[in-house]
Design a protein around this ligand. Structure first.
Ligand code: PEP
Ligand code: MN
Length: 361
């Protein structure tokens, strides 16, 4: 996997940087009035980068699919009137051409497009030699490689201002979120590409305006670089994603409540305290591994014994007891029961593997 992407840090993107980077605007551009009123109010809340969907990817036909290119002159108008930057979604070379011709400052690739390498490659080809920032949403399915693939395709086309938008992953279970956050995926992406800016889209994760504050704060706590949030002058009358849009005023309140956690890590006292706690964590991790090693030696011992006495490896009763007691013990130790369950599933798999090796040896 090529990790050597030539990326420009977000501070130098020339979009007007502040931490956190805030992008807001309607799910869809609907009418000139809706756009003008929404942008005017967002500007009052200090927002300088506006989002708006022109072509809307909808799961099923016969729902509103965006007003299309007629929105582009309306966008130019608000850009001039309010001096804001504007970002729209593109899903084909035609959209790219239209977006560039109407002077968009930035484009994003939607979750459904990221999931399709043919589409991503078509967009990348149409961007060759063009200097525009591109934000890439995660694919709808929790597949990190697809997300990375889209980022690499843009980088190969010569785009140097690339950012990733985390908008959650479609879920099959009933959860309170429209799209499950599965935070470990964007975190892994960031660990592979430390210079890649991460922007959270709490609107599409939540699907419901009441949950947005919490997810936006969580993103900042996890060191995300910014947020992209849907806002509409009359959210309940929005033509798409009505339940998750906020009025510009509510959005302003939400932003004011956010706590930013980016402290100057140059402070020597803070650094030395962090260092000290980290050393203790390292020590605790080593102890965990020593314990696991001890456990696996016992597993080998019991494996040999089972082989010698012709006993089957998997004794369901025993494992039912293990899966029942360990979460209980964990709870008594103030640990999360679900976490203990997951951990023992992993330990169980490894134990079975070890014993199978012994049986086959
Ligand atoms: C959107 O941002 O309006 C949108 C359609 O998002 P996604 O591609 O994440 O579904
Ligand atoms: Mn939307």
């Amino acid at each position: 996997m090529n990790k050597e992407l030539d990326l420009i840090k977000i501070e130098n993107w020339k979009l007007g940087f502040q931490y956190p980077l805030l992008i807001a605007g309607p799910c869809s551009v609907e009418t000139p009035e809706q756009l003008d009123l929404t942008v005017g109010e967002l500007v009052k809340q200090g927002i300088t980068i506006i989002r708006g969907g022109v072509w809307k990817p909808r799961t099923r036909p016969n729902s509103f699919e965006g007003v299309g290119s007629i929105a582009l002159p309306w966008i130019r108008e608000v850009k001039e009137k309010y001096g804001v930057k504007f970002i729209i979604e593109v899903a084909s070379p035609y959209h790219v051409e239209e977006a560039l011709a109407s002077g968009m400052d930035c484009i994003w690739i939607g979750a459904r497009s990221t999931a399709n390498p043919f589409t991503v490659q078509d967009i990348a080809d149409s961007l060759k030699g063009i200097d525009i920032p591109v934000l890439i949403k995660n694919p709808i399915n929790p597949d990190l490689a697809l997300w990375i693939g889209a980022i690499e395709r843009m980088a190969k086309a010569g785009i140097t201002r690339i950012g990733a938008i985390h908008r959650g992953f479609s879920n099959f279970n009933d959860t309170k979120y429209r799209n499950t956050p599965t935070w470990q995926i964007p975190i892994e992406l960031k660990s592979l590409f430390p210079d890649l800016p991460l922007i959270c889209d709490p609107s599409h994760i939540c699907g419901n305006r009441h949950l947005i504050q919490h997810i936006a704060q969580k993103a900042l706590d996890l060191n995300f670089d910014g947020l992209i949030v849907e806002s509409h002058i009359h959210p309940d009358k929005a033509w798409s994603d009505a339940a998750q849009q906020l009025t510009p005023e509510d959005l302003g309140k939400l932003y004011k409540k956010l706590k930013t956690r980016k402290v100057a890590l140059e402070d020597p006292q803070l650094l030395s305290q962090l260092e000290e706690i980290r050393e203790q964590i390292d020590e605790a991790d080593r102890e965990i591994l020593e314990m696991l090693s001890r456990r696996m030696s016992l597993v080998e011992k019991i494996g040999e014994y089972k082989k010698l006495n012709n006993v089957a490896i998997l004794q369901m009763e025993r494992w039912n007891t293990v899966f029942k007691t360990r979460p209980e013990w964990a709870k008594a130790l103030n640990l999360n029961e679900g976490f203990a369950k997951e951990l023992f599933k992993l330990i169980h798999n490894e134990s079975l593997k070890k014993q199978t090796d012994i049986m086959e040896s």
